[in-house]
Design a protein around this ligand. Structure first.
Ligand code: HEC
Ligand code: HEC
Ligand code: HEC
Ligand code: HEC
Ligand code: HEC
Ligand code: HEC
Length: 347
C-alpha cells in the first residue's frame, strides 16, 4: 500500500516539473582582462647542479678523502658507545645533534662508517651549496680538563675528535696516589687539540708559554691542514701534512706555512731542530718513567698498580706529546715545558 502511494506521488511530481523547449541563445559577454603571469618555477635540479656539476671538484676531493687515514685507517670499527662519537660518522652526528660532543652515544653504532663528507659537512640537508657548511664550529670543551675550553675557529670541527680522553681515574695535581686498574689506562690518542691550545697538560711547576701558532693561525687546524693537495702525499682532503718521500725520508708539506714563514728551506731546518730537541726530551722522560717502573719497558704502556699523582701525571704528559704527532710544530714551547717540568717532578 505504502509503495503504491509513493509511486503515485512521484508520478504526479514528475509531471509537474516537465521542461519546455530551450530559449534563444543570449548575447556574447565581453572578454575579461588577462591575469598577471605567475612566477617561473625553480629548475628542480638547480640546487643539485651547484655541487653535482662537471667541474670535478667533488671527484677530486672524494679521491683525496679516499686516500686519507679518515677513509683507510679502519678504526671506525671502534663502534661501541664510548668510542663511536669520534670513530664513526653516525656517532659523531648523533653527539653533535644532541649538543653533547663529549658524551657517549646512546648505544653501539650499527653499520658504522668512518669520518666522511656527511660527517664534516651538512650534505643533503637543504640541497644547496649552503650544505658545505661544517657540522660544528662550536668551541671545544676538553674531555681531559673540563674546566678549559678553546676556540679553534673552523678547527673546532677537528678538535672535537682530535682531543685526548680523560683517564679513569684521573690524578689530581699534588693530590693522593691513584690505583691504575689496567694497561689501557691513559689519555689515549689524538692529543693534538690540547697541545695546540696549550690547555690540556698536567701542568707541574710554572713557565708555560704558547707558540705563536696557538692564537696566530686563523682557524687553527684548518688554517695549516686545509691547503691544496700535494700530489698523493697529503694536504687537501687527505688532511695530513707529514709524509714519507719516495726515498724514505720524512717530509712536511709547507704550502700553508709560507704565508708567514717566507722561506721553505729555512723552515725545514727550523722544524728539524725543534723535532730533535723535543724527541730528545721525550726519550729522556720515557727512560725515567721506565726506571720508576710506571711504564712497561717493552710496550710503553702503563704498568697497573698504585702510583703517586706526580708519576701518573708525568706518564700522561709523555703520551700527550707523543701522540700529538707534530714533532713540535703545533706548540713547541708548551710541549717542551711540559716535558721539562715532568722530568723535574719525577727526578
Ligand atoms: C652541497 C653540495 C651538494 C648538493 C647541493 C647536492 N649534493 Fe648530492 N652529494 C653531494 C656529496 C658531497 C655527495 C657524496 C659524495 C659523492 O658520492 O660524490 C653526494 C651524493 C649524491 C648522490 C649519490 C648517492 C648518495 O646519496 O650518496 C646522489 C644520487 C645525489 N647526491 C643527488 C643529489 C641531488 C638529486 C641533489 C639535489 C636535489 C643533490 N644531490 C644536491 C653533494 C651535494
Ligand atoms: C669524527 C671525528 C673526526 C673529525 C671531525 C676529524 N677527525 Fe681526523 N681523524 C679521526 C680519526 C678517528 C682518525 C684515525 C682514523 C683511523 O686511523 O682509522 C683521524 C685521522 C686523522 C689524520 C691522520 C693521522 C695519522 O696518524 O696519519 C689527520 C691528519 C687528521 N685526522 C686531521 C684532521 C683534521 C685536520 C680535521 C678537521 C678538518 C679532522 N681530522 C677531523 C677523527 C676525526
Ligand atoms: C675524543 C675522541 C675519541 C674517542 C672518544 C676515542 N678515540 Fe680513539 N682516536 C681518536 C683519534 C682522533 C685518533 C687518531 C689520532 C691520530 O692519528 O693522531 C684515535 C686513535 C685511536 C687508535 C689508534 C692509535 C694508534 O697509535 O694508531 C686506537 C687503537 C683507538 N683510537 C681506540 C679507541 C677506542 C677503543 C676507543 C673507545 C674506548 C676510542 N679510541 C675512543 C679519537 C677518539
Ligand atoms: C674531516 C672533515 C672533512 C671531511 C671528511 C670532508 N670535508 Fe670537505 N671540508 C672540510 C673543511 C674543514 C673544509 C674547509 C671549509 C672552509 O674553509 O670553510 C672543507 C671544504 C670542502 C669544500 C669547499 C667548500 C666551499 O665552501 O667551497 C668542498 C667542495 C668539500 N669540502 C667537499 C667534500 C667532499 C666531497 C667530501 C667527501 C668526499 C668532504 N668534503 C669530506 C672538512 C671535511
Ligand atoms: C702551525 C700549523 C699547524 C696547526 C695550527 C695544526 N697543525 Fe697539525 N700538524 C702540522 C704539521 C706541519 C704536522 C706534521 C709534522 C711532522 O710530520 O713532522 C702536523 C701533524 C698533525 C697530525 C699527524 C699527522 C700529520 O702528519 O698530519 C695530526 C693528526 C694533526 N696535525 C692534527 C691537527 C689538529 C687536529 C689541529 C688543530 C687542533 C692541528 N693539527 C693544528 C701543522 C699544524
Ligand atoms: C699565521 C702565521 C704562521 C703560520 C701560518 C705558520 N707559522 Fe710557524 N710560526 C709563526 C711565528 C710568528 C712563529 C714564531 C717565530 C719566532 O718566535 O721566532 C712560528 C714558529 C714556528 C716554529 C718554531 C717553534 C715555535 O712554535 O716557536 C716552527 C717549527 C713552525 N713555526 C713551523 C710551521 C709550519 C710547519 C707551518 C705550516 C704547516 C707554520 N709554522 C705555519 C707563524 C706562522
Amino acid at each position: 500500500m505504502m509503495i503504491a502511494m509513493i509511486m503515485v506521488a512521484s508520478l504526479t511530481f514528475m509531471s509537474c516539473t516537465k521542461e519546455g523547449p530551450a530559449g534563444l541563445p543570449g548575447k556574447d559577454g565581453k572578454d575579461g582582462t588577462n591575469g598577471t603571469n605567475g612566477l617561473n618555477g625553480q629548475d628542480g635540479t638547480a640546487g643539485c647542479i651547484a655541487c653535482h656539476d662537471n667541474s670535478q671538484v667533488n671527484f677530486a676531493v672524494t679521491q683525496q678523502w679516499e686516500m686519507s687515514k679518515h677513509a683507510t685507517g679502519g678504526l671506525y670499527v671502534r663502534n661501541s658507545n664510548n668510542c663511536a662519537g669520534c670513530h664513526t660518522s653516525q656517532g659523531f652526528r648523533e653527539m653533535i645533534a644532541a649538543a653533547t660532543p663529549n658524551a657517549n652515544t646512546a648505544g653501539t653504532i650499527q653499520n658504522p662508517v668512518p669520518p666522511n663528507c656527511y660527517t664534516c659537512h651538512n650534505i643533503h640537508s637543504t640541497y644547496s651549496p649552503a650544505d658545505w657548511s661544517l657540522a660544528t664550529t662550536a668551541n671545544v670543551t676538553f674531555r681531559i680538563k673540563p674546566e678549559n675550553t678553546h676556540d679553534f675557529g673552523k678547527g673546532n670541527l677537528c678538535a672535537t675528535c682530535h682531543q685526548p680522553r680523560i683517564p679513569s681515574p684521573m690524578p689530581v695535581l699534588g693530590g693522593p696516589d691513584i690505583t691504575i686498574p689496567n694497561a689501557n689506562w691513559g689519555p689515549h690518542y689524538g692529543a693534538q687539540a690540547t697541545i695546540v691550545s696549550g690547555k690540556g697538560g698536567f701542568e707541574f711547576g710554572t713557565g708555560y708559554t704558547n707558540s705563536f701558532h696557538t692564537a696566530g693561525v686563523a682557524n687553527s687546524c684548518v688554517g695549516c691542514h686545509g691547503g691544496d693537495a700535494n700530489g698523493i702525499n697529503g694536504g687537501g682532503h687527505m688532511f695530513n701534512l707529514g709524509y714519507t718521500t719516495t726515498t724514505g725520508a720524512d717530509a712536511v708539506i709547507t704550502a700553508t706555512c709560507t704565508s708567514c714563514h717566507a722561506d721553505a728551506s729555512s723552515l725545514n731546518a727550523l722544524m728539524a731542530l725543534k723535532k730533535t730537541e723535543l724527541n730528545t726530551l721525550l726519550l729522556q722522560l720515557r727512560v725515567r718513567l721506565k726506571e720508576i717502573g710506571i711504564m712497561d719497558p717493552n710496550t710503553d704502556r702503563v704498568v697497573p698498580g698504585t702510583w703517586t699523582s706526580t708519576q701518573a701525571g708525568a706518564f700522561i704528559n709523555h703520551n700527550l706529546v707523543k701522540y700529538d704527532h707534530s714533532n713540535g710544530v703545533h706548540n713547541f714551547p708548551y710541549a717542551k715545558k711540559l716535558l721539562e717540568n715532568s722530568l723535574a717532578a719525577i727526578q
